[in-house]
Write a protein that binds this ligand. Structure first.
Ligand SMILES: *Cc1c(COP(=O)(O)O)cnc(C)c1O
Length: 497
């Protein structure tokens, strides 16, 4: 029989090649680079100097490891040339980087968080994070909740539950037996939908073409009469109306669908209602917006992305469902020997953190192993409270209104939307006719990003290309908002001179 001593003798050592401690020293060694990065003192050189960081980072797969200190020094180079979505001037898409408390929480999770399951403080933070998030967003506390990697997976999970429920109503367990061969089902959402709704439909076996794109009104909100008409005619043709999606803050313009009206239509057709609040549901913290989001309480499912307005750093979404059992029927892995199936120890007799799994999440979404993302949500909310979120949301909505008002008042700018949330859409319009305004707008967006500190993205509103800052970035100031508007006028005047 081989003994431990034989194994160690054969290998020469039983020490691992990786450093297993020294976390504090290591983070301290990286810290100056991190703090320097957050000063955003240098203009963007990540592209023009890409040979520099590539020369350091892009080596062949090493046979011999370089050791921890080299890793940290090379990481510092990656940090110097890191992603600039945290930069105060960045207002593109709906994204931004983490604030400091979730960075600390991420280090804590990486060190001590382990898995979100089993009984320990980070498992507790998963429960607490979900509870706080529900309260913040106006989602009833009785809803089940599960953290996901982001809005993409949260939408997939919610619509997977909708698919399960809709076919159960027709006597079919899709999770067990798959979709019936002749299944014809549709998901209804406005033309302003995030494309992850379509991808979800594809992944769920319905096909992207199963998404019915419902028209919007002049304020980019779903046309409820058109929604009703679409469902009515589909049902008459034998189609299963699988889910109606109301968008709580569209990605294009921040429009909030009339959620209560959507719920009313869906209920009449016995259809699941999902609220895609990836971006906007956090605005429920603002009393000026909360009533327009309140009908989320009447939905069957909803999602929110803490990694957007709550600045946890990317990788944190959440899905909620009125009936957690539907989630479980849709996503349960089923019993497995390696999961012991024996975690049902009476809570009063818990004596080890391995006595219980600590939450149903592994069977209510698509991940088993998962970091305890609730710790990041907890950190943000513990640090700044509802008050801090409320102030952030109100400030950012104010920025969008300010940019819109300035565009409306300027002789050579044009406001294209009236903001519901923190997205402004405007464009430069020269006095003299320059022909293709859309091409001019795209050129201005490119020049803004290359030549100024202001980095918005663009979208199309009612067929017209718009410069589209979306304010969720906590580092952005009013001066940055004015700076973007001023730079747009300056570059627009140059282009049309
Ligand atoms: C951002 C967004 C998504 C997708 O979320 P990710 O976290 O980027 O996967 C879905 N829906 C809406 C409305 C969004 O704004």
């Amino acid at each position: 029989m081989t003994t431990t001593k034989d194994v160690v003798t054969a290998l020469g050592t039983d020490a691992d090649a990786a450093e297993l401690g020294r976390v504090g020293d290591t983070l301290a060694r990286l810290a100056p680079a991190l703090d320097e990065y957050l000063r955003f003192a240098t203009r963007d050189r990540t592209v023009t100097e890409r040979d520099r960081w590539r020369a350091v980072l892009d080596a062949p797969l090493p046979e011999r490891g370089a050791g921890l200190d080299t890793v940290v020094d090379e990481l510092a180079v990656a940090v110097e040339y890191g992603c600039r979505v945290s930069d105060p001037g960045f207002s593109g898409f709906v994204t931004t980087g983490a604030t400091t408390s979730p960075i600390a929480a991420a280090a804590a999770v990486a060190t001590a968080g382990g898995q979100r399951y089993l009984l320990h403080a980070f498992n507790g933070l998963e429960h607490i994070g979900l509870r706080w998030l529900k309260q913040l967003c106006g989602v009833p506390e009785t809803f089940a909740g599960v953290f996901t990697s982001g809005g993409s997976t949260a939408n997939l999970v919610a619509l997977g539950a909708a698919r399960q429920w809709a076919f159960e109503q027709r006597g079919i367990d899709v999770a067990e037996h798959g979709l019936p061969a002749d299944a014809q089902a549709r998901i209804y959402v406005s033309t302003e939908a995030h494309r992850t709704i379509h991808r979800s439909a594809g992944v769920l076996g319905l096909g992207r073409a199963a998404v019915c794109d419902v028209p919007v009104d002049a304020r980019q909100r779903i046309d409820v009469a058109a929604l009703d008409a679409a469902i009515t005619s589909d049902v008459a043709a034998g189609v299963v109306p699988l889910a109606v999606v109301a968008i709580a803050g569209t990605t294009n313009t921040g429009a909030i669908d009339p959620i209560a009206d959507v719920v009313e239509v869906a209920r009449r057709h016995q259809t699941w209602v999902h609220v895609d609040g990836a971006y906007g549901l956090v605005a429920a913290a603002d009393p000026a917006v909360r009533s327009r989001l309140a009908a989320v309480a009447d939905a069957d499912s909803a999602i929110v992305d803490p990694h957007k307005w709550l600045t946890t750093g990317v990788g944190v979404g959440a899905a909620f469902a009125r009936d957690g059992d539907v989630l479980t029927r849709a996503f349960a892995e089923g019993a497995a020997a390696y999961l012991e199936g024996s975690f049902a120890v009476d809570e009063s007799s818990y004596a080890s953190q391995f006595d219980a799994i600590g939450g149903p999440w592994a069977d209510q979404a698509v991940e088993l192993s998962s970091p305890p993302r609730g710790a990041l949500v907890w950190a943000v909310l513990r640090e700044i409270g509802l008050e801090g979120v409320r102030a952030r949301v109100a400030r950012h909505i104010g920025y969008a209104r300010h940019a819109t008002a300035r565009a409306a008042a300027h002789p050579r700018l044009e406001a294209l939307t009236e903001p519901d949330l923190s997205v402004a859409c405007f464009r430069y319009r020269p006095v003299a006719d320059v022909g293709d305004l859309d091409a001019l707008t795209l050129r201005l967006v490119e020049r803004l990003r290359r030549e100024t500190p202001y980095a918005p993205t663009s979208t199309v509103v009612g067929g017209r290309v718009a410069i589209r800052p979306c304010y969720v970035n906590p580092r952005t100031t009013l001066a940055d908002v004015d700076g973007l508007v001023d730079a747009t006028v300056r570059l627009g005047d140059e282009e049309s001179a």
